[in-house]
Write a protein that binds this ligand. Structure first.
Ligand code: HXC
Length: 257
C-alpha cells in the first residue's frame, strides 16, 4: 500500500510505521491521521504482525496537529463534526505499539506518542504541550495522559507554560522508558518490538490490557481483572509450552495458541 504521509515496512513479526511529512515537521493533518488509522487497522488484522513501532524523522516525531489546517475551523464545525475524535482510535490498537521519538514531539505529536504503549526517546527528543501559546489546550489526551505519566506539578507546568522538556527530563519524569543515541533509536525500538512479538500473542495482548486497566479502574477492580486474565492464560497451549521448556532447560516453541 502506498501512503501520501506514511512509510511502512515489516521486519519479521514487526511493522515499522514512519510519519512522513518532512516539510511540515510531520504535523498531523487529517490525511495523515486517516492513513495512520487505516494502517493500524490493517496491522491489527494481520496475524503475522506481533508489535508495531511508530516513528518520525530525526528532526521531528511530530510538531503537533496541523495548525494551518486547524486555523479556519470555528466552534460549531469543531463541535458538530467532533473534530479529531477519530484520532483517539490509535489508543485502542490492541497490539503493542512503541513510539520511537527523535526531535520534536509537541502538542498532538506528544499526545500521539503518549497513546503508544511506551516511548523510547533519542537524546534529541523534545516533548511539549504548547497549545496554550495558540489560544487552545491539548485536545488528544495531553491534559490527561501527561498528568498520569508525570504527575500534576510537571503536567501543569508543561500545559500552562507551553515549555518543552528534553529527553533527560522526560525520562526522570517517567514519560519515556529509555533514552538512546539518535542513530540507535529505530534499531532499539525494533529490537524491543521483536522481543515482544516473540512472546505468546495472547499473553502479550492481555499484559497490555491489564496495565492499561490500571488507568481506568480502582486498585481492587484492577487486581481482580488482572487475576482473571492470569487464570485464563492457563488455558493456553503456550503456557504449557513455556513452563515445560523452562523445566526441560530448552528454548520454548510458542504457537500463539
Ligand atoms: C503546521 C507546522 C507545524 C504545525 C511546524 N510546521 N509545525 N505546520 N502545523 N504544528 C511547519 C512550519 O510552518 C514550517 O513550514 C515547517 O514546518 C518547519 O517549521 P519551522 O517553524 O520553520 O522550524 P523550526 O524553526 O525548526 O521550529 C520548529 C518548531 C516550530 C519549534 C517545532 O515549527 C513550532 O513551534 N511548531 C509549532 C508547534 C506547536 O505549536 N504544536 C502544537 C500544535 S496544536 P514552512 O512552510 O513555513 O516552511 C496541537 C493541538 C493538538 O497539536 C490537539 C489535538 C490533536
Amino acid at each position: 500500500m502506498i501512503y501520501e504521509t506514511l512509510l511502512t515496512e515489516t521486519r519479521g513479526a514487526v511493522a515499522l510505521v514512519t510519519l512522513n511529512r518532512p516539510k511540515a515537521l510531520n504535523a498531523l493533518n487529517s490525511v495523515l491521521m486517516a492513513e495512520l488509522t487505516d494502517v493500524l487497522a490493517d496491522l491489527a488484522r494481520d496475524e503475522a504482525i506481533g508489535a508495531v513501532v511508530l516513528t518520525g524523522s530525526d528532526k521531528a516525531f511530530a510538531a503537533g496537529a496541523d495548525i494551518k489546517e486547524m486555523q479556519g475551523i470555528d466552534f460549531i464545525d469543531a463541535y458538530l463534526q467532533d473534530f479529531i475524535s477519530g484520532w483517539e482510535g490509535v489508543a485502542s490498537f490492541r497490539k503493542p505499539l512503541i513510539a520511537a521519538v527523535s526531535g520534536f514531539a509537541l502538542g498532538g505529536g506528544c499526545e500521539l506518542a503518549m497513546m503508544c504503549d511506551f516511548i523510547i526517546a533519542s537524546e534529541t527528543a523534545k516533548f511539549g504541550q504548547p497549545e496554550i501559546t495558540l489560544g487552545v489546550i491539548p485536545g488528544m489526551g495531553g491534559s490527561q495522559r501527561l498528568t498520569r505519566a508525570v504527575g500534576k506539578a510537571k503536567a501543569m507546568d508543561m500545559v500552562l507554560t507551553g515549555r518543552m522538556m528534553d529527553a533527560a527530563e522526560a525520562e526522570r519524569a517517567g514519560l519515556v522508558s529509555r533514552i538512546v543515541a539518535p542513530e540507535q533509536l529505530v534499531e532499539e525500538a525494533m529490537a524491543a518490538a521483536t522481543r515482544i512479538a516473540s512472546f505468546p500473542r495472547a499473553a502479550v495482548l492481555m499484559a497490555k490490557e491489564a496495565v492499561n486497566r490500571s488507568f481506568e479502574a480502582t486498585l481492587g477492580e484492577g487486581l481482580r481483572f488482572e487475576r482473571r486474565l492470569f487464570h485464563s492464560l492457563f488455558a493456553t497451549t503456550d503456557q504449557k509450552e513455556g513452563m515445560a521448556a523452562f523445566a526441560d532447560k530448552r528454548p520454548p516453541q510458542f504457537s500463539n495458541r
